[in-house]
Design a binder for this molecule. Structure first.
Ligand SMILES: CC[C@@H](C(=O)O)C(=O)SCCNC(=O)CCNC(=O)[C@H](O)C(C)(C)COP(=O)(O)OP(=O)(O)OC[C@H]1O[C@@H](n2cnc3c(N)ncnc32)[C@H](O)[C@@H]1OP(=O)(O)O
Ligand SMILES: [Co+2]
Length: 139
């Protein structure tokens, strides 16, 4: 596997609206997408476009949200994951698994409509890593 482009940085927040004030009003972001719910992933999502990447604001959705423990430990929110593009998610999962990294579950459709996987932070130097199949079929 070869790591591809940084697609987004995931930022967990108890309130997308409050976080938007930071990115829009303090940092001057101008391209902010409509927020939407992603029930299978247990999150509400809002993308902030940057010239070279995106910030993905994620708020817990539902009782089983994967963000509950993180926000219990970090009540104000914080950087949650980084997402890199790969050309083939199944090949990436097989390769990472073969190298001993713990893949968290099966590939599932992410916020960009292509399959994603997560790799446990314990195997990634303390960073939760999301790998996302490139929407362009490349990386
Ligand atoms: C919007 C959809 C999608 C996209 O398309 O972009 C997304 O990005 S969804 C994002 C949310 N989804 C996920 O995070 C799914 C994968 N996550 C998980 O499976 C779990 O959250 C987890 C990473 C396995 C953690 O599970 P949890 O039950 O919360 O366990 P603990 O709290 O006990 O944590 C264990 C251990 O790991 C450390 N940890 C947890 N989260 C992170 C993190 N985000 N970054 C770095 N480290 C993290 C935690 O501190 C614990 O460490 P120790 O205390 O030292 O054991
Ligand atoms: Co993400």
């Amino acid at each position: 596997m070869t790591i591809g482009r940084l697609n987004h940085v995931g930022v967990a927040t108890p309130s997308i609206e409050k976080s938007l004030a930071i990115y829009r009003d303090l940092l001057g972001a101008t391209k902010i997408h409509e927020a939407f719910d992603l029930p299978p992933q247990g999150v509400r999502v809002c993308f902030v476009d940057l010239p070279n990447s995106q910030i993905e604001l994620i708020e817990p959705l539902g009782e089983a949200s994967p963000l509950h423990n993180f926000l219990a430990k970090n009540p104000a929110g914080g950087q949650h994951h980084v997402c890199f593009e790969v050309p083939d998610i199944h090949a990436a999962a097989a390769d990472m698994g073969a190298k001993g990294a713990k893949i968290l579950g099966e590939p599932r459709i992410g916020a960009h409509g292509t399959p994603v996987i997560f790799v446990h932070p314990k195997d990634m130097g303390g960073v939760l890593v999301e790998l996302m199949e490139s929407p362009r079929g490349e990386h």
